[in-house]
Design a binder for this molecule. Structure first.
Ligand code: HEM
Length: 529
């Protein structure tokens, strides 16, 4: 049995290596099909000197919104155009898979939504997406508030205990947001309280260890971890598999517990979407109670692991960059605080109050525009295809062969001088301005395209603003994350004035799956008068 399993694994590893080699070859041989596409020559130093997305931006300005990036024999097509992005993500979505990203994430997320093969994805997406119902989100606002209050209490007690008469403390807010987002995702997705705002635990350490490895893998384009025996020989790989086991054991226990505590009364409440009187409103409860019979525990575990990883660092990063941007714009910080004061006073955030916190919502989306998480969406073409022409003189578009690796640069789209006025400026108000419909080319924001949407999205912007992707593989947790960020930020600004400790230029960026700081976001916090 064991022998058979390991033989299958080895076969799979070898197949992956072969696939990669054959993709490489396909790209090499098919160079002529991409021949007419502008080409940027990348040097290996581009991969290490500074975040790759900066170089991708410079090449975008130089070569246009669809270009080929060649790193020696390997090449990628880089897309920075809304029409082409819309085509790949929505109009012809099933002709593309996640390519390199799936290679990286499959060992961690198994058959979770992000790396899943198409058949599994179709089945699980149908089951999971309804779990993010608006009444579930309404119930989650309490979780967002309670967890944010823990962070605030922690900051208050640090201020109380501070030697300098409790007036000001210095704190790495990125680390605090990471703990906060972990606690929220644990409670929201599987009703598990990591309690990481206040303590350390083996599970928390394992989650961070796993994220660290996922991050490291995402900066490498050669799947070294698939090499035979790597997991036994390389110490970092051994630690990674140890961490995975700790998390998997924890998730298995939660799934077992959810199955054992399934009660008909809860099922009825869930069927009526009556979350208000449920003790456990988590997504796991929904998945087990409503759809549990047709899924095995392994798949459920992969689903939970995927949401844990997908929903943690991303949200922490949004909060980090929102504070970074606000701290450099004191008048906007003040405007946000005045809004919070007038809507919340000293009270808690509710689902209804989020609807009124308009400026706060725009701050969250503007932060996502400037610092999209992840900055690149990754795809591989499953068959040969023809990309449409884009807005900026790419005329008739380009033929691409099967096996072409593509980066949709969300960072470039979001800072494109062709679609945004003052693209590098932090201006949450920009989303309120509707462009004239007779604007040449891109038609600008049109709320009519997505009536009732609380936050600007890819539909309103016709794919110029893509913080959660688009089309069938769009993020399932987008509203969860947006509301979570709005509540956490509002409650922080309700209580504290925040300033950066040093110059903004000293906050260095690093990137893997998300954009984060090199040494933390060190801020000075004071109680508000
Ligand atoms: C997919 C961004 C929070 C679960 C995605 C994608 C993006 C994204 C861009 C599409 C990836 C692609 O097309 O390749 C974000 C950001 C977040 C966030 C910026 C926070 C601000 C969350 C949360 C959850 C979540 C809170 C779960 C609770 C997922 C899942 C997918 C996904 C499961 C895969 C969807 C599919 O392929 O069907 N996310 N996400 N995300 N996200 Fe999020």
């Amino acid at each position: 049995m064991t022998r058979c399993q390991s033989t299958t694994k080895e076969a799979k590893t070898n197949r992956n290596l072969l696939d990669n080699a054959s993709n490489l070859l396909t790209n090499l041989l098919s160079g002529s099909a991409l021949g007419s596409m502008p080409t940027a020559e990348g040097a290996v130093t581009d991969l290490f000197g500074r975040p790759l997305f900066f170089s991708l931006y410079d090449w975008f300005i130089e070569h246009g919104s669809v270009y080929r990036l060649a790193f020696g024999p390997k090449s990628f097509v880089v897309v920075s155009d809304p029409i082409v992005a819309r085509y790949i993500l929505r109009e012809n979505a099933f002709s593309y898979d996640k390519g390199v990203l799936a290679d990286i994430l499959e060992p961690i997320m198994g058959k979770g939504l992000i790396p899943a093969d198409l058949d599994t994805w179709k089945q699980r997406r149908r089951v999971i997406a309804p779990g993010f119902h608006s009444l579930f989100l309404e119930a989650m606002v309490k979780v967002f508030t309670n967890c944010s209050e823990r962070t605030i209490s922690k900051i208050e007690s640090l201020l109380d205990n501070d030697a300098s008469k409790g007036e000001e403390i210095e704190l790495d807010l990125e680390a605090e947001f990471s703990s906060l987002a972990l606690d929220i995702i644990g409670l929201g997705v599987f009703n598990y309280d990591f309690g990481s705002v206040t303590k350390e635990s083996p599970v928390i350490k394992a989650v961070y260890g796993t994220l660290f490895e996922a991050e490291h893998r995402s900066t490498f384009y050669i799947p070294y971890w698939n090499l035979p025996l790597a997991r036994w020989i390389v110490p970092r790989q051994r630690k990674f598999y140890g961490d995975l086991k700790v998390i998997n054991d924890c998730l298995d226990e939660l799934i077992r517990n959810a199955r054992e505590t399934r009660e008909e009364t809860d099922v009825e409440k869930l069927q009526q979407r009556d979350y208000s009187s449920l003790k456990d409103a988590s997504l796991l409860r929904f998945l087990v109670d409503m759809r549990g019979a047709d899924v095995d525990d392994r798949q459920l575990r992969d689903d939970l692991m995927t949401m844990l990883i997908a929903g943690h660092e991303t949200t922490a990063a949004v909060l980090t960059w929102a504070v970074f941007l606000l701290a450099q714009n004191p008048s906007k910080m003040r405007k946000a605080q005045l809004e919070v004061d007038s809507i919340l006073g000293q009270g808690k955030a509710t689902y209804e109050s989020i609807k009124k916190l308009e400026y706060m919502r725009l701050i969250v989306v503007e932060s996502l525009r400037l610092y999209p998480q992840p900055p690149l969406l990754i795809r591989r073409s499953l068959k040969s295809d023809k990309l449409p022409g884009g807005y900026n003189g790419d005329g008739n578009g380009y033929e691409i062969p099967a096996g072409t690796d593509l980066f949709i640069s969300v960072y470039n789209l979001h800072r494109s001088p062709y679609f945004w006025d003052r693209p590098n400026e932090f201006e949450p108000e920009r989303f309120l301005v509707q462009k004239d419909s007779d604007t040449e080319g891109w038609a600008g924001f049109d709320p009519e395209r997505s009536p009732g949407a609380l936050y600007p999205n890819e539909i309103i912007s016709d794919f110029a603003f893509l913080p959660f992707g688009g089309g069938p593989r769009k993020c399932v947790g987008d509203q969860f994350a947006l509301m979570e960020s709005t509540v956490a930020l509002a409650l922080l600004l309700q209580k504290f004035d925040v300033e950066l400790r040093g110059s903004p230029d000293a906050v260095e960026l690093v990137t893997g799956a998300t954009i984060h700081t090199k040494n933390g976001l060190w801020c000075k916090l004071r109680r508000r008068a």
